[in-house]
Design a protein around this ligand. Structure first.
Ligand code: SF4
Length: 386
């Protein structure tokens, strides 16, 4: 009997940017724009090599171009990648195809090209609608360009759009943050992501923090900003469905939910991560982050997969919890027991008693969820499962 295809999501990492933002800890380069076309060709080669090595029926349900700045890529190479993915991985007719875009890199022509390629979801990295905040972050765009990019994309026909915002910025006050939230709501995107600024090692912001020239809101202020986002967006019709994500009904990010549910995903590009949930409790691996090694390997017909390993029972249980608890729907405790043959309390007696007793986790019906307080310190909660 023919095996029915397993659903898979495809991620493409585009590690090029116009200029590094001062807070950025992502894997991206601002000094190699000339490599973009060769890099796109490497992605196509990698997909072919990967497909050969994974000899199972697959059906791609989402594609996501992330970075870096994927909107530095022209529509022509994007089309080649999407066409090749469709040929190799059997792209579903209703696949969600997202491209992350920096408002400073978009034109009507480019947006229209992306739409024609089949991209049907645009995630706009606005970060703030306040020009002085954008300047402090070292972003290459203004608030005016963000408004223009959003409106142009709507005109072109993007009916599923997201806006990313960051709070707890240097010098940002609560009223300034509320203005950002309201400006986003006024544009009526289908999806809004809200992140708190984190200081990443090795970035200019880390150095400024070290020498005392970065003035950031305190922990309490940041917690108020987080709660204010939940209130303002909730009152504006957005469902808070994940720690940092809000959506109108029917517009949750399908791609990201695959990560949080331990679904299959294949990552292409330098440093991209992959997970297939078979055999056993699944296998994880990632590509070399070194750009030249990655491109050379693809050119010479080799996959540059590193640290490919089977996930152990213990790791799989922890992943199920710390990924699943990111979603406000929480983790189905019956499904946890069925999958792992042990209850949550049986597998984690110490954590369950401390966190349920201390009010960081709660059980609603048959689901385990982060409480309102747990949401504020989710990373600390998750660390305890590792
Ligand atoms: S645009 Fe994004 S990936 Fe590029 S430098 Fe800025 S934060 Fe980093």
């Amino acid at each position: 009997m023919m095996q029915s295809p397993s659903e898979v999501s495809l991620y493409f990492h585009i590690p090029f940017c116009v200029k590094k933002c001062l807070y950025c800890g992502f894997h991206s380069f601002d000094d190699r724009p000339e490599l973009m076309d060769d890099y796109a060709a490497s992605l196509v080669r990698e997909m072919r090599l990967c497909r050969k090595s994974l000899d199972v029926p697959l059906s791609a349900v989402t594609m996501f171009f992330g970075g870096g700045t994927p909107s530095l890529m022209d529509p022509v190479p994007l089309q080649k990648i999407i066409d090749e993915a469709a040929a190799l991985f059997g792209l579903c007719s209703d696949a969600e195809i997202t491209i992350e875009a920096n408002p400073g890199t978009l034109t009507m022509e480019k947006l229209s090209g992306y739409r024609s390629c089949g991209a049907n979801r645009l995630s706009l990295g606005v970060q703030s609608f306040n020009d002085s905040m954008l300047e402090k972050l070292g972003r290459v765009h203004t608030a005016g360009q963000a408004y223009e990019a959003f409106r142009s994309a709507r005109k072109i026909g993007f009916a599923n759009m997201g806006i990313d915002l960051i709070n707890s910025l240097p010098g940002q006050t609560l009223p300034m943050w509320e203005d950002d939230l309201l400006a986003a709501v006024d544009l009526a995107p289908e999806h809004i992501s809200v992140y708190g600024l984190t200081i990443e090692e090795g970035t200019p912001f880390a150095a400024m923090e070290e020498n005392g020239t970065l003035s950031l809101p305190g922990e309490e202020e940041s917690a108020v900003m987080y709660e204010r986002a939940s209130r303002v967006l909730g009152m504006s019709g957005y469902e808070h469905y994940e720690i940092s994500n809000y959506a109108r009904t029917g517009f949750r990010s399908r791609h990201n939910q695959v990560y949080w549910r331990r679904g299959n995903y294949l990552g292409f590009g330098a440093g991209a991560h992959s997970f297939m949930n078979q055999p056993g409790f699944g296998e994880r691996w990632h590509n070399t982050p070194d750009l030249s090694t990655y491109m050379r390997d693809c050119g010479e017909g080799r996959l540059s997969w590193l640290e490919k390993h089977g996930v152990s029972l213990r790791e799989a249980m922890a992943e199920r919890l710390f990924l699943g608890l990111r979603m406000l729907d929480g983790v189905d405790l019956g499904a946890f027991r069925d999958e792992f043959g042990v209850s949550f309390e049986g597998a984690y007696p110490r954590q369950s008693s401390i966190m349920l007793g201390g009010g960081l986790l709660e059980i609603c019906g048959a689901r385990l969820k982060l409480s309102a307080r747990g949401l504020l310190i989710s990373n600390q909660v998750f660390m305890d499962f590792l």
